[in-house]
Design a protein around this ligand. Structure first.
Ligand code: CUA
Length: 351
């Protein structure tokens, strides 16, 4: 291979890698869905095992490739009549290459098993003392509900809020099929299994200096039907004070808007069928039928993080949910333009 061709191959490989990873892995931005910038004790524990394995395997790769290169160079054919020295087994080497992998696996298993134990702390005492924030997570086709039993049972859809520095306990349920809860920077990808409750425990780090909170992205990681790829969510990690502020703000009902269009939208909300599944009462889980819409005007995204929460997107969603999220259980209510416009004004007035 000519030097120029080799350079071209190498640059193409690096470019392909950058494209495939969306450059996220290379830049480690805050928005990246990466496990490599962990923000919790749980994430760091998994990450440390990951790096240990990477270092060991990288070392093995270098040694094996080095020996291969050396053998290729040292024992290359000099004449067609040359026959290599004929050997039949070597007991010492047999023992060596059996024992070495065993030792390596034992070395890797120690932090792995320790990490598994540490990921399942016994928090019963702490919970009894009120030192744990328990959040009930329910996966649905295709959105997530988060309920806070310790905070008047407030419910929010697709946005999980947690305080930094406090033990958090997620109770993972599903309302229908198998889903998987995964916010990479929080660590721990875990299935939501019908008929079973799974758990994740973690303690999140403080948001970056000078910030009250940081938003992390996540999504369902188990194929669960038509819109699995659109089942996204956000995690907001707050400072403890900011978390209390958020809870108190969320608990309080949104102020009534004086806008007549919003008032008309509220009437539509009550009469067109929306309240059969949705609620604007922050503590009304409605049996997890549909995302709770309290303070919807303050949300940055809609339709399980599918779209930015703009009037245009909300209007398109209300006109035809299935067009934006195939298979969505929200029916097309065949609302007319006036009804949609009023509903958009009403929902965006809920702050
Ligand atoms: Cu839920 Cu994939």
């Amino acid at each position: 291979m000519s030097a120029r061709l080799r350079l071209l191959t190498l640059t193409s490989a690096v470019a392909a890698l950058a494209v495939l990873t969306g450059c996220e892995w290379l830049t480690f931005s805050n928005e990246a869905q990466t496990t490599m910038v962990p923000m919790t004790d749980l994430g760091r524990s998994t990450d440390s095992v990951y790096w240990l394995v990477i270092y060991i395997t990288a070392g093995i790769f270098v040694v094996v490739q080095g020996m291969l290169m050396y053998a290729m160079w040292r024992f290359k054919e000099t004449s067609p009549d040359d026959i290599p020295e004929q050997v039949h087994g070597n007991l010492q080497m047999e023992i060596g290459w059996t024992l070495l992998p065993v030792i390596i696996l034992v070395v890797i298993s120690v932090p792995t098993v320790k990490g598994i134990w540490a990921a399942q702390p016994d928090t019963a005492e702490m919970e009894a003392a009120g030192e744990v924030v328990t959040i009930k997570v329910v996966g649905k086709q295709w959105w997530f509900a988060f309920q806070y039993p310790d905070y008047d049972d407030i419910v929010i859809g697709n946005e999980i809020h947690v305080p930094a520095g406090k033990q958090v306990h997620l109770e993972l349920h599903t309302g229908d099929v198998l889903h998987s809860f995964w916010i990479p920077r929080l660590g721990g990808k875990r299935d939501l299994i019908p008929g079973k409750v799974n758990h994740i425990w973690f303690k999140a780090d403080m948001p970056p200096e000078g910030q009250d909170s940081i938003t992390l992205l996540g999504q369902c990681a188990e194929l669960c039907g038509d819109s699995h790829a659109l089942m996204r969510m956000q995690a907001v990690v707050h400072t403890p004070e900011d978390f209390d502020r958020w809870v108190n703000g969320y608990k309080a009902s949104a102020a009534q808007s004086s806008d007549p269009l919003a008032a008309a939208g509220q009437q539509t909300f009550l009469s067109a069928g929306c309240i059969a599944c949705h609620s604007t009462d922050p503590t009304n889980a409605q049996a997890y039928l549909a995302p709770n819409l309290s303070h919807f005007g303050s949300r940055t995204h809609l339709a399980a993080d599918r779209l930015d929460n703009t009037p245009e997107n909300l209007s398109a969603w209300l006109h035809n949910p299935q067009a934006l999220k195939p298979g969505a259980t929200m029916p097309n209510l065949n609302l007319n333009d006036q009804q949609v416009e009023a509903l958009v004004a009403y929902l965006h007035s809920l702050k």
